[in-house]
Design a protein around this ligand. Sequence first.
Ligand SMILES: *[C@@H]1O[C@H](CO)[C@@H](O)[C@H](O)[C@H]1NC(C)=O
Ligand SMILES: *[C@@H]1O[C@H](CO)[C@@H](O)[C@H](O)[C@H]1NC(C)=O
Ligand SMILES: *[C@@H]1O[C@H](CO)[C@@H](O)[C@H](O)[C@H]1NC(C)=O
Ligand SMILES: *[C@@H]1O[C@H](CO)[C@@H](O)[C@H](O)[C@H]1NC(C)=O
Ligand SMILES: [Zn+2]
Length: 514
Amino acid sequence: MADKPMIGMVILLNAIAAGVLYQRFHDHPQVQLLESRVLEVYHKLLPPKTPDRCGALKWPSYVLISDRVVFPDGVRPGAVFVEGSKIVAVSENVTVDNPHVMNFKNAVISPGVIDVHIHLNEPGRVDWEGITNGTRAAATGGVTTVIDMPLNSDPVTTDRTQLEAKKKLARAKAFTNVGFWAGLVPGNAANHTRLEELVAGGALGFKSFMCNSGINDFPNVEAADIAAALPFLKRRGVPFFVHAEAVTKVESDPSADPARYTTYMATRPPKFEQDAIRLLVQLLDADTSPAAPGFSVHIAHLADADSLEIIRGAQSRGHPLTVETCAHYLTFSSEHIPDKQTQYKCAPPIRDATNKQMLISALASGAINLVSSDHSPAPASLKEVESGNFLRAWGGISGVQYLLPATWTALREAGVDLLGLARLLSEAPARLAGCSSRKGRVAPGYDADIVVWEPEERANTSSALNMHTHKLSPYTDVVLYGKVLVTVVGGELTSLFGMVNKKPCGQVVLGRDA
Ligand SMILES: *[C@@H]1O[C@H](CO)[C@@H](O)[C@H](O)[C@H]1NC(C)=O
Ligand SMILES: *[C@@H]1O[C@H](CO)[C@@H](O)[C@H](O)[C@H]1NC(C)=O
Ligand SMILES: *[C@@H]1O[C@H](CO)[C@@H](O)[C@H](O)[C@H]1NC(C)=O
Ligand SMILES: *[C@@H]1O[C@H](CO)[C@@H](O)[C@H](O)[C@H]1NC(C)=O
Ligand SMILES: [Zn+2]
C-alpha cells in the first residue's frame, strides 16, 4: 500500500497522469508506489505505444482544471483546454466533455515562469552548468522558458556563428524553452551589420557589462561603445541588458578578513550601481535617434534600492528604462550571511535587510518590473569552497530551481497576490523577451507553458532534490513556500512531482514578436 503523501498526490492529480507516468517516468522509483489499479484505469486512455519522441505520448487534447486558475485578469475556478503545444480555450465552466481531464482541485494553475537571466554556460563550460541540467532544474521549479546570457559559454555569443551553435545545442538538449541574448562588446558595438546579424539570427536583445565581466573574451563596454550602439538598438526595438556597476578603486582595509562577507560587500558599494545608472541616463539624454517599441535600457539584477530614484527620474522624462532584481536579493540579507559561505557571493552584492525590504516594496508597487534568477553556478574550486575566501571566489548564485518559491515567499508578505506574481514572473518577462503575444499568460492562443503548484505548501529545498550540476546553493534548506507539482512546456508534461520527462522537448525561442 502506498504511503499517505503518495495517496494525496494521486487524489490531487485525479490520477490522470498515471499512465503517462508509467510510460515516461517508469524508471523512477516513486512511480512504483502508484497503485496498480490507478495505472490500469488510466492506461486505457493512452494512445498506442509510440517511440519515445516529443509529442508521441501526448493526448491529442486534454484539460487542466483547478479552483484557482491565474487568468490575465484574475484568479478563478476554470478549465484550460490544451491541444498540441497551445492553449486553445479557457472556460469558467469546469464540467468538461473530454476524457483527459486533470483536476488539480485547490492547487494553482499559473502561467509558466519565464526567467530572463540565466547562464547555461554551454558550449564550453558544461563543468559549470549545462543546458541539460540547467533546464531540468528550471522545469522542476516551474520555469518553462529561460533566456540565456551570452557569456560564461566558450565561445561567448557575440557573432552569428556562435549564436547558431547555441541554437543547435538547445534544440537537442533543452527541457524548457530557451531564448538567447547576444553579447554587445567593444568588438561589435559600432558595427551595426554584426549586431543586425545577431538579431536576424533570433537573438532577443543584447547584454553588456559596464565593469569587468570576469570572462576575458567578454570585455566590458565604455560609454563610447554604448553611444555607438544605441541608435541601432533603438531603431531595431530590442532591449539593452546592462550589468550596471561603474567599478572604481575604493578605500578598503587591507587587513579585513576575506572570509567575512562584509569585506567583499565593501568592495562593491551601492555608489557603483548609482554611477553606472547615471551614466546610462546621460547616454540616453544625449541620443536623440528614434526608438521603436521593444527598446529599453534594462538594468539587470538591481541590488541597490536607492538607485530606483535615479531610474524614476529618468523614466519621468520619458526614457525607456526597465528594471530587474533577483530572487536572492529578496531572500537574503548581508547581516545573515555567515563567514566563508561563498555560495552567497554575486555581483552586485546582496545588501542589508532594509535594502531588501525596499526592493520588495518596489516590486509590489511596480517600480521594479520583474524578477530573474541570474542562475550562475561554478565548480566548488572556483567558488573557493575550501578557503571560504569571498574576495577570490567566483561570483554567481545558483538558483533557477528556486526562482518561483523564493520570489513568492518574499512577495506574499508584502501583499502581492497570485496575479501580481504572475505579472512579475511571466507577463513582464515575456514582454522584455519580445514573446508576450504567445507566452506569459493562461489565455487562448498562448503556448501551453504552465505551472501547477501549491502556494501554501513548502518547497523541498533539500540539496538531494537540487537538479543543478553543482548542488552548492544559498537556498539549500531555506524555508520557501510554493511547491511545484506539474510543469507543462509547450503542452508536454515535462515535470511531475520533481520527476523530469526523459526526453528534452523544449523549443528554441527565436526572434521577437512583430
Ligand atoms: C458546462 O459544460 C458542459 C459540457 O460541455 C455542459 O454540458 C454544461 O451544460 C455546461 N454548463 C454550463 C452552466 O454552461
Ligand atoms: C562589420 O561586420 C561585418 C559582418 O560581420 C564584417 O563583414 C565587416 O568587415 C565589419 N566591419 C568592420 C568595419 O569591422
Ligand atoms: C525533501 O526531500 C528529501 C530528499 O528526497 C527527503 O529526504 C525529505 O524528507 C524531504 N523533505 C520533506 C519535508 O518532505
Ligand atoms: C548533471 O549534473 C550531474 C550531477 O552533478 C553531473 O554528474 C552530470 O555530469 C551533469 N550532466 C551534464 C550533462 O552536465
Ligand atoms: Zn548574470
